[in-house]
Design a protein around this ligand. Structure first.
Ligand code: F6P
Length: 324
């Protein structure tokens, strides 16, 4: 099938590697004589018909930038069918043959809704949370973990110097991947994640265990939404003998230069996306498993089963606690 015009949008929380994808898409489109448009502000811009024509000059030197040059937005209104219909119509009016969506779970749901109104979609996973379960890696996750680990290592040094315990809060929405990889990589002592919730009493027990067996004030990593980090640090301070502080790792996880791993993945995803476009194969989600890039239907991607790395969680416990 002849493809003359395509569009790309980034949606939801930005993720490192989104700009790398945009750069590669534009360069390949240029080589194939395909016009490529960027949609500003994700689905909000699609609804408001806010498009910009992209060319090589506009995407020069963006590959190593965090954020997204197209901007992004949280746009809850996209759950309404009339909003989806108008957005699909905007693409049709502009004679755009296919739309490439880069985002997380909510963005994929939006993409599926558009596909049901005749839009030809290719979806690329981009979210630091790594919570799209059909793929082992989403763009941004590797960079986010690296950024968080650097931050945690720094804070750990000053905490250790003053014999203080510390509770770190990392991002991830309802997914414990960032917390788990950070805890293992920075040799933290205790972890609290949605995949293996822990009560306040268990937390206290573990703190006491660390004080007794490791002779040091413990470092705790919690995934956001598990506890109020400020509150729990205060309570641990009162209920144990450890002088606790808290530290919210925050948006440093989502900003900054993509890691080499994220850039390489972004390039592979973008190349696969353009291959699918040229082959006329649509409504596919691109992913990676065991270092091999693949594509699957959008429905399968959204319905995929949980693939949390329990092996790594077990390793964390093995390294930190004696067997009963
Ligand atoms: O989805 C990425 C993410 O950074 C989550 O980890 C976090 O819960 C959320 O976005 C924060 O979103 P916002 O910046 O819109 O408050």
């Amino acid at each position: 099938m002849d493809i003359d015009k395509i569009a790309v949008l980034t949606s939801g929380g930005d993720a490192q590697g989104m700009n790398t994808v945009i750069n590669i898409l534009v360069r390949i489109a240029g080589l194939r004589n395909i016009e490529i448009y960027g949609v500003k502000d994700g689905y909000k811009g699609l609804y408001n018909d806010d498009f910009v024509k992209l060319d090589n000059d506009m995407v020069q030197n963006i590959s190593s930038l965090g954020g997204t040059i197209l901007k992004t937005a949280r746009f809850d209104e996209f759950k309404k069918e009339d909003v989806v219909i108008k957005s699909a119509q905007n693409l049709k009016n502009r004679q755009i043959d296919a739309l490439i969506v880069i985002g997380g779970d909510g963005s994929f749901k939006g993409a599926l809704a558009l596909s049901r109104h005749g839009v030809k979609i290719i979806a690329i996973p981009g979210t630091i949370d790594n919570d799209l379960r059909y793929t082992s890696k989403c763009l941004g996750f590797d960079t986010a973990v690296n950024n968080a680990c650097k931050y945690i290592e720094n804070v750990k040094q000053t905490m250790s110097a003053m014999n203080r315990g510390v509770v770190f809060e990392v991002m991830g929405r309802y997914c414990g991947d960032i917390a788990l990889y950070c805890a293992v990589s920075t040799a933290c002592d205790i972890i609290a994640i949605p995949e293996k919730p822990i009560t306040e009493e268990e937390l206290i027990e573990k703190v006491n265990y660390c004080v007794k067996n490791k002779n040091s004030a413990p470092t705790i990593v919690i995934a956001e939404k598990m506890f109020d980090v400020r509150d729990i640090a205060e309570r641990l301070k009162k209920k144990t003998k450890v002088d606790f502080r808290y530290s919210i790792v925050g948006y440093i996880q989502r900003g900054g230069q993509p890691s080499v791993a994220d850039k390489a993945l972004a390039m592979e995803f973008a190349v696969r996306a353009m291959e699918l476009v040229e082959d006329g194969i649509f409504n596919r989600a691109i992913g990676v498993k065991n270092d091999v890039v693949f594509d699957d239907s959008l429905e399968n991607a959204l319905n995929a089963k949980y693939n949390f790395n329990y092996g790594l969680l077990n390793l964390f416990y093995l390294l930190n606690y004696k067997k009963d």
